[in-house]
Each structure stands twice: as structure tokens, then as C-alpha cells.
Design a binder for this molecule. Structure first.
Ligand code: SAM
Length: 296
């Protein structure tokens, strides 16, 4: 569309009574689109997940606007308030901490509320950590699954991991740095060996993409503490190229294999740890977890 076209002007007009989802940078401020900036300048008010963060962004671009907070803990009452303002003809831009609103953040609820009240919603596309990581992963991108954060409830998390073990498409996870080591171990236990891309601090000065195996990632992060924000991109089950007989086995299946050959449990654990280049304790813990599950 040509910028002087009436059609372009029409499409870019900020309308009262509309909710605009404005994607914001995930690190590099230059990634805010011209259209996103225009909407932030022209709406009546901005709903932000963290008003302090958004204030920094607005100050950088010289924008001054009424800000209200909209986050996980006030989304019910605040959502209704925002919907009332929209119904009365005001326009609102929703921004989250970073990236595309409604992707792993409470924006999803506000869009559902607006849809229920027949309030128009317009999405201004831009940064999304998941897609940025996927494009850098060097894993198959034709078909992929976005899982966001793994479930925090233990039982639901196990069910999710069991399902992911069978997933054939490349899949994408978000994870906080302080949980990364445990999550990598859990993934290795549930999925067996896979290729993984750990995409860290995307679009920022310290952006890194570590392409390795899951066992390599477990070992690496035992020695190096994770820092910054991470997206994990993991290859699907069908894409694994088997080099070792146990590549497609989970740790418990690998141990079971040796037990079925007549080895003692301890010996099977030792051999499994040796095959995979892991500490015995990692294999032992994986077996204990299976035992706990069976006892539950
Ligand atoms: N709505 C956002 C989006 O579109 O990507 C995601 C919000 S979610 C609450 C935050 C998670 O996104 C972080 O825990 C991290 O996993 C990922 N993330 C956000 N920014 C990132 C960055 N610059 N580098 C790597 N991961 C990032």
C-alpha cells in the first residue's frame, strides 16, 4: 500500500471504540513499527502490563498518554473497566512487557472480553520472542507448535511433557532463567536426546543462540548459570536421526533396557549415565521420579 493512498490512510486511522494490540520491542527499541508508534501516539489511553516499563518506552519515543495497568492479578475488574471505556467511544492500545500482546500474557483475556462485547480489535504486528527464536533455531520451521511456559502444576506438567514426547513438530517453550536447569533435565528425562536451540536475550546486545543436544544443554548449564531471557526451540520426535540405539528412548526406557538384559538396577543406571555422558545422579533422579509417579 502506498503511504499517500486514501486506502492506506483509511487503514491507518485510529478509530474510537477500538482496542489496538500493539507489539512492542523484545529488547531493541528500533523494532517498534511505524504503525505501532502512530497508534501509541493517537489512542486515548494505553493499558500496560507493567506501567513502569511502558513509561520508559513512551518516554524514549516522546509520547505522553494516560496509562492504566492491566495484568494477571487485576485483569478481571480492569478488563471490564477497559471494555466500558471502549464502549463509550475511547480508543485503547494494549501493550505487554515485551512482544506481542496475547502471546503468553493476559492480553488473551482482554481480546476474548472485547470479542464477547463485540468491540473491534486490531492487531499491530511486530516482535514475538517465539517466532524470532524459531527463525534462528536451524530446526525445521515448516510445521511447529508453540507451548509457551510449561504448566507449573506438577501433574499437568507431566501430562504435558508426555504429550510433547510424542510431538513430531518442532516446538517452542518460554522459560525463566532460574528454572532453566531443572526444565532442561525434565525435558531430557521425558524426551530423550533431541536437538535444541537455546535463544537468549534476543535482539539485545548479548543475544546468543546455542544449538546443541538436550544432554549437552543439561551438562552445559550445570557448569554455567543461565542469565537473561530464554526461548527454547526443540526438535520434534520424528526428526531425530538415530546414532545410538538409545537416542529415541527416555532415560527410564534406557535403564529398563539394561535391566531386561539381566543387569542390576544400579548397574543399569551406571551404564545409562555412561552412555549419555551424564552424572549418575541425573539418571538416578529420573528413575526416582518415575517411582514417585507410579506410587501416586
Ligand atoms: N508476549 C511476548 C512475546 O510476544 O514474545 C512473550 C511474553 S512472556 C510473558 C515472556 C517470555 O518471553 C520470557 O520469559 C522469555 O521466555 C521470552 N522472551 C521475551 N523476550 C525475550 C528476549 N529478548 N529473548 C529471549 N526470550 C524472550
Amino acid at each position: 500500500m502506498n503511504t499517500s493512498d486514501p486506502e492506506y490512510k483509511e487503514k491507518n486511522r485510529v478509530e474510537g471504540g477500538t482496542l489496538y494490540l500493539v507489539a512492542t520491542p523484545i529488547g531493541n527499541l528500533s523494532d517498534l513499527s511505524e504503525r505501532g508508534l502512530k497508534v501509541l501516539r493517537e489512542v486515548d489511553f494505553i493499558a500496560a502490563e507493567d506501567t513502569r516499563n511502558t513509561l520508559k518506552l513512551l518516554t524514549h519515543f516522546g509520547i505522553s498518554k494516560p496509562l492504566i495497568s492491566y495484568h494477571e492479578h487485576n485483569k478481571r475488574e480492569r478488563g471490564e473497566q477497559i471494555a466500558r471505556k471502549l464502549k463509550s467511544g475511547e480508543s485503547c492500545a494494549l501493550v505487554t512487557d515485551a512482544g506481542t500482546p496475547a502471546i503468553s500474557d493476559p492480553g488473551e483475556d482482554l481480546v476474548a472480553l472485547c470479542a464477547a462485547y463485540q468491540i473491534p480489535v486490531v492487531s499491530i504486528p511486530g516482535c514475538c520472542a517465539a517466532i524470532t527464536a524459531l527463525t534462528l533455531s536451524a530446526l525445521p520451521t515448516r510445521r511447529f507448535v508453540f507451548e509457551g511456559f510449561l504448566e507449573s502444576d506438577k501433574k499437568a506438567r507431566r501430562a504435558q511433557l508426555n504429550e510433547l514426547a510424542k510431538e513430531r513438530r518442532t516446538f517452542i517453550l518460554y522459560e525463566a532463567p532460574h528454572r532453566l536447569c531443572d526444565t532442561l533435565e525434565e525435558l531430557y528425562t521425558a524426551l530423550g536426546e533431541r536437538r535444541i536451540a537455546l535463544c537468549r536475550e534476543l535482539t539485545k546486545l548479548n543475544e546468543t543462540v546455542e544449538r546443541m543436544t538436550l544432554s549437552g544443554a543439561v551438562a552445559h548449564y550445570k557448569e554455567n548459570s543461565p542469565r537473561g531471557e530464554y526461548v527454547l526451540v526443540i526438535e520434534g520426535a520424528s526428526q531425530v536421526v538415530s546414532k545410538n540405539f538409545w537416542d529415541n528412548m527416555t532415560i527410564p526406557e534406557h535403564v529398563e533396557h539394561y535391566i531386561n538384559e539381566g543387569r542390576s538396577r544400579m548397574d543399569a543406571i551406571k551404564q545409562t549415565a555412561k552412555d549419555r555422558g551424564l552424572a549418575k545422579s541425573v539418571v538416578y533422579n529420573a528413575m526416582e521420579e518415575i517411582k514417585d509417579r507410579e506410587e501416586e
